[in-house]
Design a protein around this ligand. Structure first.
Ligand code: CP3
Length: 353
């Protein structure tokens, strides 16, 4: 397949300009989890779909909810509507989403549980998601970039082993300590299937990828190198070999001081910073790595709104001006965010001088 060159796509889609080294002001912007329950039109489509996973596997409806925040706010990038837990679901693990409680999986406890995963059967579900990407490329404005994504192996594994979200990811960290061979096999399976999943998204029209490692911050530094850096580096290498024109954003949430070495060791083109990263840390990261930096407004401040929001946005913009920067939140948008606060934010970023 011939992918249009990045330089060509960056001429039409401003989101991509930082990735070809062009400084752009006002900076491109999008918000993590920009499609979701804070939007009444999302809640309506979500109700039509029945279950959350059904929404992920209904290309027309998934494309519709991806487009909703673009229609409202005109962000520079859209993100495919799906979920990081589509990968374990496609591997045959039982995954469900309990209303108001989050994901539930039938947990993998040992090598036997791992053996029940079946990499040979992922194709149907992955190609259904790829169909959403194709629909989106037809329906999106030509100037809007399309982000494909998956979870990083470590973060996906925390759900597969813990069976749900947890504050400390203890179940996965414990398995990684006690039975690193089994844990490594799980990483290998996830690297393999995630690369396949992302490749299909690229083939269907994704412009850029983001790898979400939401729980990267729970690991000691040696474990971070082994379970965050190493699998991500492998994925990036495999993807870059096939698709050198597709930029990759990494989001090692909570990596803090390890962010710069994460960037250089994994080979990602951009690092997304969470809220706890100081603005001065984003500046340093930009200088030390030369990569695109993305971040990092507190999602709770977007719920609060008002002058505090305006002041903090101005502070971030002031520090990042003149750098390869993408404006975003430090984590996903919260359900109770007033949509009018998002409008106010967009207006402020768009008028950045
Ligand atoms: O707009 C977008 O950003 C695209 C879609 C997207 C979703 N999840 C939709 C979703 C993306 C990129 C994700 C990533 C994701 N999913 C992550 C990584 C980012 C992060 O937030 O840390 C993680 C850890 C998950 C796993 C997951 N999915 C959890 C923990 C939950 C429950 C939490 C909650 O808010 O209920 C989900 C469900 C989910 N994924 C929802 C959405 C819109 C809400 C469920 C619903 O609508 O019923």
């Amino acid at each position: 397949m011939t992918v249009e060159t990045l330089v060509q796509r960056a001429q039409r889609r401003r989101f991509l300009k930082p990735f070809v080294g062009e400084l752009l002001w006002p900076p491109p912007m999008w918000l993590m989890r920009q499609a979701g329950r804070y939007l009444p039109e999302y809640r309506e489509t979500r109700a039509k779909a029945g279950s959350f996973l059904n929404l992920c596997y209904s290309p027309k409806l998934a494309a519709e909810v991806t487009l909703q925040p673009i229609r409202r706010y005109g962000f520079d990038a859209s993100i495919l509507f799906s979920d990081i837990l589509v990968v374990p679901d496609a591997l045959g693990q039982t995954v469900s989403f309990v209303e108001g409680e989050g994901p539930r999986l039938d947990p993998i406890e040992d090598a036997e549980g791992l053996a029940r995963l079946d990499s040979a059967q992922t194709g149907d579900k992955f190609s259904t998601v790829a169909e959403t990407v194709s629909l989106l490329r037809q329906q999106l404005p030509d100037e809007t970039a399309l982000i494909g994504f998956c979870g990083a192996p470590w973060t996906v594994a925390t759900y597969m082993i813990g069976g749900r979200g947890s504050p400390d990811q203890a179940a996965a960290r414990l398995m990684a300590y006690k039975d690193p061979e089994t844990f490594q096999r799980l990483m290998d399976i996830l690297v393999e299937s995630s690369v396949d999943y992302l490749s299909r998204q690229i083939e269907a029209g994704a412009d850029v990828l983001q790898i979400f490692d939401s729980w990267a911050g729970s690991l000691a530094d040696n474990q971070f190198d082994r379970w965050v850096v190493a699998p991500t580096r492998l994925m990036v290498a495999r993807l870059k070999e096939k698709y050198p024109e597709i930029p990759i954003l990494g989001f090692p949430r909570g990596a803090d001081q390890l962010s710069a070495s994460f960037a250089s060791q994994t080979g990602v083109d951009a690092v997304s910073c969470n809220t706890a990263m100081p603005v001065s840390g984003m500046v340093q990261l930009s200088e030390a790595t030369g990569r695109v930096v993305q971040g990092n407004l507190d999602p709770l401040l977007l719920v609060a709104g008002g002058k505090q929001l305006d002041d903090r946005v101005a502070e971030i913009l002031g520090a990042m001006k003149g750098r390869k920067f993408i404006f975003n939140l430090g984590h996903g948008i919260l359900q109770y965010t007033p949509p009018e606060n998002v409008s106010r934010l967009v207006e402020q970023v768009r008028s950045a001088a």
